[in-house]
Ligand binder design. Structure first.
Ligand SMILES: [Ca+2]
Length: 457
């Protein structure tokens, strides 16, 4: 199948910026049917077991928006009223990041026509404060409601279960970004999501941990939902997992996942770990940084993934792979950076179908396209890209730079493949690529190529 439907589908997702940057229609790009929705098998751990097989720590050379209805009238637009991901601005420019209902709201009980339930810290008696508990707000919510969590600088220490009867709600931080920490519901997550079409915006979650006996895999969002999750401007860090699970379409914009990973489940917990029940994982303008305890910076079993204008960098983290695409699938990495730091325990950087041991769970379509992307190895050795070539695997590299020492490409199982490369460079080190030296601060990383609106945050 040589259709370019897949790339056309991505254009819809990526927007004009990527059309310009890619020029992909000029290439005989690998194609597959974007509309194929076979979810594939589910290798996701069930229950509280976050284990995913064996830890990927061996240093073996490489294998080892319809919920946001927006404005309903010409005179109802409020600051921070953003309808779609296409309109999401960088954090420094986004009105979502500065919106505060007490000064900005037209109507304290609705936002763009949606009912608002507002959570304020205990003792805050201002007009417009409805409840002082996140769980209470969720329990009172109806489909489509907007739950605002008011930041006052003091962390919230409670969790919430979003029930399977609830659809289309948004949970959004206002008056700055509220910090939620320390609380885990049902030994699973701070948010245990059983609902459908849920959006979480401008929330920080940290410091979640449960014991090894309970699974050792507490997540900021444990997603056992009916389908579709949107994360916007979230910062999940220093938890055992950032996100665990997922179903349907998972979309992540302008979000940061940092230093997640569990010491009691070393190698089994990750910055994010997406289930094979995810049909499409869409990541834009987001950061995956220094996973801890041999976790992967990003791990997915989703059928499809778009990783656009985003960065996965281990920096000084003792992570495993910087991108573990465990079951393969249809993947486009574009205008992005993948960096391996000197402390990375597994010297592999990108793994594709590296855990695809069960043919019945294997995705039918296996395509990996990497375009306009820098792959930087700051470790003394490594493998940039390792894959098992199942199901007539097709690899396409366009304007990719392999920067640093190590093996660039490894077809680990020797299976049938097609490889299309153009504009690929192999460079000895950062200096040879014209990049600044290694630094542990992620803001010192180079900008992702071809993303004029990108900013580090
Ligand atoms: Ca690595």
């Amino acid at each position: 199948m040589t259709s370019i439907n897949w790339i056309h589908g991505l254009f819809v997702l990526c927007g004009l910026q990527v059309i310009l940057a890619l020029g992909a229609c000029n290439h005989g790009s690998i194609g597959s049917d974007w509309a194929d929705a076979d979810p594939g098998g589910d290798q996701m751990p069930s229950g509280d077991d976050g284990s995913d097989g064996e830890p990927t720590t061996s240093d073996d050379g490489g294998i080892a928006d319809d919920d946001d209805t927006g404005s309903d009238g010409a005179d109802q637009t409020q600051p921070g009223d953003t309808d779609s991901a296409d309109e999401l601005l960088p954090p420094s420019q986004s009105p979502i990041m500065t919106y505060c209902p007490f000064t900005d709201a037209i109507d304290l009980d609705t936002f763009a026509g949606r009912p608002v339930i507002r959570v304020c810290p205990a003792g805050d008696t201002r007009n417009g404060c409805h409840v002082d508990s996140i769980a209470t707000a969720v329990s009172q919510a109806n489909d489509g409601d907007r739950i605002e969590i008011v930041n006052n600088g003091t962390p919230y220490t409670e969790c919430a279960v979003i029930p399977d009867t609830l659809a289309g709600i948004e949970i959004i931080g206002v008056c700055g970004r509220p910090h939620l920490k320390d609380a885990v519901c049902q030994k699973k997550g701070l948010f245990l999501n059983l609902g459908k079409d849920i959006t979480i915006t401008n929330i920080e979650v940290s410091n979640l941990a449960i014991s090894a006996a309970d699974g050792g895999n507490a997540a900021a969002v444990r997603d056992q939902s009916q389908g579709n999750l949107n994360l916007r401007y979230v910062y999940f860090h220093h938890n055992q997992n950032g996100i665990l699970g997922g179903k349907g379409i998972v979309t992540i914009d302008w979000s940061k996942f940092e230093a997640n990973g569990s010491p009691v489940k070393a190698g089994y917990t990750h910055n994010i770990y997406m289930s094979a029940d995810v049909d499409e994982l869409i990541i834009r303008n987001s950061l995956f940084l220094r996973a801890r305890n041999e976790g992967n910076n990003l791990k997915t079993r989703a059928q499809k993934m778009l990783f656009q204008c985003s960065v996965s960098a281990s920096l000084d983290g003792a992570d495993s792979r910087e991108m573990d695409i465990s079951e393969g699938g249809e993947v486009l990495i574009v205008n992005s950076i993948v960096e391996q730091g000197p402390e990375s325990v597994n010297s592999g950087m990108i793994g594709f179908a590296t855990e695809s041991t069960n043919p019945d769970a294997r995705h039918d379509i296996m395509t990996l396209a990497i375009h306009h992307t820098d792959l930087i190895n700051d470790k003394s050795k490594g493998t940039f890209l390792a894959y098992n070539a199942f199901n007539n695997f097709a690899l396409e590299l366009i304007d990719v730079r392999f920067i640093g020492p190590g093996t660039t490409i490894s077809n680990t199982n020797g299976g049938t493949e097609s490889v299309n490369q153009s504009g690929v460079e192999t460079l000895a080190d950062r200096a040879a690529a014209g990049l600044a030296p290694y630094h542990t601060d992620h803001t010192q990383l180079p900008l992702p190529p071809g993303c004029p609106d990108f900013e580090y945050f």
